[in-house]
Design a protein around this ligand. Structure first.
Ligand code: KIV
Length: 358
């Protein structure tokens, strides 16, 4: 390094993790420029790390899981064929890339970007505050994660009730910006003109009757519907009117199984039940409820069956990580990047020289 003025880096710079360094933190000493230039020329002959070994591939693993075979894209026609064959249609909610990706990999037919995301992702008390921007952002990430499933998104409260024109505009945004395949709308017969206009715009509509959480104030809370003859007849009337207006499918939420079964039998489009028994054409559950993402003791509706314990597993893992960070057990050698002995020796010597001269 003859002819180069060496100046060691300040302690604070050395203590700053490289990832947090900003150009304003220090002026690069001339000697370091030279060293880095030399290093760059040697780096160019070193093959770059495969993408899967960098921190940017957050899901990289030394033992990659066996790849799930690609499956055909589920379309409206696929759903119609399942219905005709009498094969139950599976639906699950997803709200972001990972929850959509796992649902799609598991093979579900349809993914619903439910406005329940207000409660289970955004931590709100109900779904009424969810808006179009929320639905569009979450829909976009779900679409990136689920490449095969048919994706339906909720029209949030306030995006369709004012007029059919308002509803059509909202649906067009959900399809163009949210990139989903269909929309779901909560309500009854009064929505028939709106549904007609949306379907005439070429957007498939899934109806949602029974317990419609956006109308919880009018319903008197999250209450089971169709428990009286009058109320059950109203549900059937709503379903028939919405079917005539063009819905391709229904979600039937929280009603006696017998009522849902009879409604299903009187319709010529599939019904997807949630808390509506086994006589529907398919089933839907809220993903975080059925995978057990929340701590035991948190309220879940009676119709939820817990298939996994994500909370327990995540808590166990994070507690262990926390303890290992504190004890310096993590990171182990296999989680660090190697440097050859020769390069390390050269680096140590260069640093020594730099400090000796200062
Ligand atoms: O928002 C939602 O998740 C839903 C399901 C409960 C059907 O509408």
């Amino acid at each position: 390094m003859a002819g180069v003025t060496m100046r060691p880096l300040s302690r604070s710079v050395l203590a700053t993790p490289v990832s947090r360094m900003r150009p304003t933190h220090f002026t690069r000493p001339q000697c370091l420029n030279t060293i880095l230039d030399l290093r760059c020329s040697s780096i160019s002959s070193t093959p770059a790390l495969p993408y899967s070994q960098t921190r940017y591939s957050s899901y990289s693993s030394p033992d990659p899981a066996p790849k799930t075979p690609k499956r055909k894209k589920v379309t409206l026609q696929t759903l119609r064929n399942l219905y005709k064959k009498g094969e139950p249609i599976s639906m699950i909610t997803a709200y972001d890339y990972p929850s959509a990706h796992v649902a799609d990999t598991a093979g579900v037919d349809t993914v619903l970007v439910g406005d329940s995301l207000g409660m289970v992702v955004l931590g709100l008390d109900n779904t009424v505050e969810v808006n179009m921007e929320d639905m569009i952002m979450h829909s976009r990430s779900v679409v990136r994660g689920a490449k095969s499933a048919f994706i339906i998104t909720d029209l949030p409260m306030g995006s369709y009730e004012v007029s059919p024109e308002q509803a059509v505009k909202s649906c067009i945004r959900l399809v163009k910006e949210g990139r989903v395949h269909a929309v779901k709308i909560e309500g009854g017969a009064e929505l028939a003109p709106t549904i007609k206009q949306i379907t005439q715009a070429g957007i498939p509509v899934c109806g949602h009757i029974g317990l419609t959480p956006q109308r919880q104030n009018a319903l008197g809370g999250f209450c089971v519907q169709g428990k009286t003859c009058k109320n059950a007849l109203k549900l059937l009337d709503d379903a028939l009117a919405m079917q005539e207006a063009g819905v391709f499918m229904f979600v039937l939420e929280a009603m006696p199984a017998e009522v849902a079964t009879l409604i299903t039998q009187k319709l010529s489009v599939p019904t997807i039940g949630i808390g509506a028994g086994n006589g529907c054409s398919g089933q839907v559950l809220v993903q975080v409820d059925m995978t057990g993402n929340f701590e035991p003791g948190r309220f879940v509706p009676k119709f939820v069956k817990k298939y996994a314990d994500v909370w327990g597993e995540a808590l166990r893992g994070i507690q262990q990580y926390h303890a290992e960070v504190k004890s310096r057990a993590f990171p182990e050698v296999e989680h660090t990047y190697p440097i050859s002995k020769e390069e390390l020796a050269k680096f140590e010597q260069a640093v020594d020289e730099m400090y000796k001269k200062s």
